[in-house]
Ligand binder design. Sequence first.
Ligand code: ZN
Length: 278
Amino acid sequence: MAAIAALVPVSCNNSVQEKRMITVSILPQKFMLKKIVGDNFEISCMLNEGNNPEAYEPSMTHLMNIEHSMAYFCIGYIGFEDAIVGKAHINNPDLKIYNNSKGINVIRGTHFSPEGSHDEADPHLWTSVANAIIISQNMLAAVIELDPANADTYTANFNAFKTELDSLDSYIKSKLADKRSAAFLVWHPSLSYFARDYGLQQVSLEYEGKEIPIDKLKQNIDAARESGAHVLFMQREFDSRQAEAIGEELGVKMVKINPMSYDWEIELKNITDAIADN
Ligand SMILES: [Zn+2]
């Protein structure tokens, strides 16, 4: 621990910094970064459980944590990041900004933005094991740049995590080999990358990011029924009473998920098990 403390840069504002800090946007990033850095960095996360990334206002504490961070790790394509990063730079000119999603093949046309565009990049990049590997590789490169003295430790940690991710991928593939149906229902399309990775069909119920208008309701329910899906995923930050009513009408199983959780691996397993239903 003494070796770490010695590396802390001297702060000019008298605040005691016990550890160097990295700020990330969402909890799955924190989970992945923790796997790589262990206790060598403190990790501050902007979004907590249940926060909706598409309607988020950062707290004062979070903004202050950015000011005391060595680096900000963006996940990419979530609206608040640009604003935060722009402002943080004014108060902390030394802040290094890294884009964790660099190199990910982004999906377009699945996700409706509040501004009404339907061509934006789908921001839910983290609900994919393949993407998690790219995100972790980007994190590793950034962390080695921030703390080159511990490069070997970070590389070893990354390799161990990569093995975990490979076995999670194998688990998902073997479970889904015998799945009940390739289609699943979800209110908000937060599983586009998961669907792409494993050849599944995501049927999103919401209409242009909102409740379904009455005149579109029948069409929407028919499409959901015709897909052959047997499960409807519900998410508290996006949920709608309409979703529950449609689920009841269709007689499908309703499963609460939380892809924004720190327990990222468990969430992906739960989603897999519900789709496979075997
Ligand atoms: Zn979304």
